[in-house]
Ligand binder design. Structure first.
Ligand code: BEZ
Ligand code: FE
Length: 288
């Protein structure tokens, strides 16, 4: 086509793709470019604005490292990561929620009833529950990968003061599907905002805060792997999570209990002298 116009350019793009043999590529790319062109036409995008967009992408690429995933962060704050999660979440299972950039593979084993708090200050949180199938039956021997921030709001990979795997643990759940561990109550924290994504947040009048949460990945043979988070119901950022990760079924009450109610049989049983928080969170996995 030699007479390309602002009105036919989208169809011309699709015609140029006709030789693609992959139907899904034609569907995804055709729709992506349709929306991209419609967006430019709708807002009458100027050259300056187009250059700002390109500079944003270049800025993301410039600071991208093994530990800094600015493109993923951009997808997170734009709501795309959460939208993709929700498109593929199973309605009969626990909701999934953003993975985020701070998961590290190879976390040390954490026994059922083990402790991640160690010498750190802050309220003790006892988290426990059962991994179940959609009929309510316990799933034996599931693998539960747990991570969270230290009380300073930083993940181990962001903080030279922490060991590589502090506040990370990999638990093999018992035959009865039950898990339990102690940790320090997570705190709310900000996503990295010193790069191009921070510029977008500020330009949109947004803050970089996330409500406090525990991250879980749960794997069991025959079940769909679940990546999720648990939030306390009193967090001030629950209704304004900057990465859109909160779902109703992931919001739990952290109940304050006297030290005398701390159960036997856990790693720190017998050494708890102050009130502690307790959260019960059963996880439901869908079959593959
Ligand atoms: C997190 O929860 O660790 C996270 C998620 C998205 C962006 C940044 C951090
Ligand atoms: Fe997080």
């Amino acid at each position: 086509m030699r007479n390309v116009t602002k009105d036919n350019i989208t169809d011309v793009f699709k015609a140029y793709m006709a030789a693609s043999t992959d139907a899904r590529t034609r569907e995804v790319m055709g729709s992506l470019v349709q929306h991209l062109h419609d967006f430019a036409r709708e807002v009458n995008l100027t050259h300056d604005e187009w250059r700002t967009g390109i500079a944003f992408l270049e800025g993301c690429a410039a600071i991208e490292t093994e530990d800094r995933h600015e493109f993923v962060l951009a997808s997170d704050v734009l709501g795309l990561s959460s939208l993709v999660d929700m498109l593929h979440s199973r309605p009969d299972a626990t909701s999934s929620s953003v993975l985020g950039p701070f998961h590290v593979s190879g976390a040390p084993p954490l026994a059922v009833g083990g402790d991640m708090k160690r010498h750190y200050g802050g309220p003790i949180l006892l988290a426990q529950g059962t991994i179940r199938d959609t009929d309510g039956n316990p799933i034996p021997n599931a693998e539960l990968d747990i991570w969270q921030t230290a009380p300073n709001g930083m993940y181990a990979s962001q903080d030279d003061e922490q060991d590589t795997f502090s506040f990370h643990g990999l638990m093999t759940v018992g035959e009865d599907g039950k898990y339990a561990f102690t940790t320090v109550k997570p705190v709310e924290y900000t996503v990295p905002s010193d790069g191009p994504v921070g510029d977008i947040l500020r330009a949109c009048g947004r803050h970089p805060w996330r409500p406090s949460h525990l991250h879980y990945i749960i794997k069991a043979p025959g079940f769909k792997t679940l990546v999720t988070e648990i939030f306390p119901d009193d967090d001030p950022y629950l209704d304004q999570d900057t990465v859109f990760g909160v779902r109703d079924d992931l919001v739990m009450t952290y109940v304050e209990k006297p030290a005398s109610d701390f159960p036997e049989g856990l790693e720190i049983s017998g050494s708890v002298t102050e009130t502690f928080l307790s959260v019960d969170f059963d996880v439901i996995l869908a079959r593959v």
